[in-house]
Design a protein around this ligand. Structure first.
Ligand code: SAH
Length: 341
């Protein structure tokens, strides 16, 4: 079935015109799609004949219902498993923070980036998610949790910049004032470092937050952890980030997963501080979350705190990320294609 949620407002307008309908119907339908009640029956101001025309032409509203919901005992984090029309299953996470509710969405079913420490890439890439499939994760979580979502992080399964066209459509769709009206500044996109897209993203979406999965202070370590580093070396990546920060005047967030004996020493922290010196940035330290297949260990509490102290001592703003949903395998790097068996 074709999904109305894959369409930007202007595309929905074109569809109305092609069906011989008035253009203003597009705005009405678009409003319904992001209103929390979105079935054709709910759309009370849309003529039955138009609804039938849409259905006959194969259009649906693309709503998901979670196949499985796990709730963390510690922090109320909720992890969803959504079954897609073609049988693929993806995961998303709802989190409560002091500053509001956040949903972490997947951008692909699986991932082909091959990072050694991450569960999302273990089964490889199945396919890109459509714009509507990305938005629907937010809407479905919102309906389930019964609370509005204020922030969206594209940090679930998949590499968003490997699905750039659908990612950008998704951002334009949920940002549209006639629909979900999610502020650009309330959206964060995380990438493992597809360098050419960083520049493009800064130009296309200067207000959307950018996070970079860095995880190492030099090429030697990063190439072992993240195959993408063989294509775009750390020097190119950091140069692109410096350019982005200058262009947008926005702070770049660097995610740095601390793996015991791999990248978590004082020497590594000093090297990282040198690498990032003078850049408008923030480092988010993430003690490695357990992914059994990787055989890697998390850093110790002491090593994480020492690492933080070294960075901040060198003037690099940094924090240790609070783990959410660890007891339901819903923390960073634990989401996977098809869910955990
Ligand atoms: N592909 C994008 C989006 C994923 S965001 C990216 O790489 O940025 C998920 C974040 O969690 C990334 O920073 C990723 O590197 C990190 N991560 C992956 N596995 C992890 C693990 N086992 N423990 C902690 N963080 C992990």
């Amino acid at each position: 079935m074709k999904n109305l949620k894959d369409l930007q407002l202007d595309e929905l307008e074109q569809l109305m015109v092609s069906l011989g309908e008035a253009k203003f119907r597009a705005k009405q339908i678009f409003g319904w799609l992001y209103s929390g009640s979105e079935t054709f029956e709910d759309m009370s101001n849309i003529p039955a004949a138009l609804k039938r025309k849409l259905q006959d032409a194969g259009w649906g509203t693309g709503s998901f219902k979670a196949e499985k919901i796990q709730v963390s005992k510690f922090d109320g984090t909720r992890k969803y498993l959504f079954r897609l029309e073609d049988g693929n299953a993806i995961e998303s996470v709802f989190m409560k923070y002091k500053y509001g509710n956040t949903v972490c969405v997947s951008s692909q079913a699986g991932c082909r980036m091959g990072c050694r420490f991450c569960a999302s890439t273990i089964g490889g890439l199945s396919r890109n998610l459509t714009p509507g499939e990305i938005s629907e994760q937010i809407l479905a979580a919102e309906r389930d949790a019964g609370k509005p979502v204020n922030h969206v992080v594209v940090m679930g399964t998949g590499e968003p910049f490997d699905n750039y066209d659908n990612l950008s459509k998704f951002i334009r769709i949920i940002n549209d004032k006639s629909g979900r009206n999610m502020g650009m500044r309330n959206i964060t996109v995380s990438t493992c470092g597809l360098v050419p897209m960083i520049d493009k993203f800064g130009k296309d979406f200067p207000q959307v937050n950018l996070a970079i999965s860095l995880h190492a202070p030099n090429d030697q370590i990063r190439s072992k952890m993240m195959p993408i580093n063989n294509k775009y070396h750390i020097g190119e990546l950091i140069a692109a980030c410096r350019k982005y920060a200058q262009l947008t005047s926005r702070r770049v967030t660097f995610e740095y997963t601390l793996v015991k004996g791999v990248n978590d020493s004082v020497a590594h922290a000093l090297e990282l501080a040198e690498l990032l010196r003078g850049m408008l940035c923030h480092v988010n330290l993430i003690p490695l979350n357990k992914v059994e297949e990787t055989g890697l260990d998390t850093t110790s509490r002491e090593a994480a705190e020492k690492f933080l102290e070294v960075l901040t001592g060198k003037g690099i703003p940094a924090t240790i990320r609070r783990e959410m949903g660890g007891d339901i395998d819903g923390a960073c790097g634990q989401l996977r294609l098809g869910g955990k068996k």
